[in-house]
Design a protein around this ligand. Sequence first.
Ligand code: CO
Length: 183
Amino acid sequence: MRLPKLEILDEKNNILHKKSEEVTFPLSDETKKKIQDMQDYLRISQDEKLCDKYNLRAGMGLAFVQTGELKRIFVIVHEEEENKFKNYVLINPQIKSVSEEMIYVSEGEGCLSVNREVEGIVPRHARITLETYDLEGNKKTIRAREELAVAFQHELDHLNGILFVDKIDPKDPYKNKDKMREI
Ligand code: CO
């Protein structure tokens, strides 16, 4: 797999704070190509050797806005088991339901657009159900829990112009920690 040419914008770029717009079907060839590139990029970034070779940071998800396009699309590459990867492409996703139970990632979240150390935790729902469209424009329902649920919520925030750092109060970066489960 070759590293695709993909420019990932830094948080300093104001477009990351804009709301993305719904996509219409059929998808253009350029959009399909970019989805493929994003999947390849994430997969390569999660490979120890290739990650070193290309000097990348490991990433689990990318939203279109991070490449400068305000489209409601995101891609996730999730390592379900050791060396078993599953790709998700969500287009115009909408939240159907969320669990009351809240969780947070103990080591904090990361983002390919945030190139600095950030202290603090982000409250996320432990489980989430989304309605979304696939590449062909078919509606489907997806459920996620734990780490994958966090990734979905992180990417959904991108579609609404929100970065994980926006959800951390620098004066109280571990706010409500005791009310949530650590993962
Ligand atoms: Co991100």
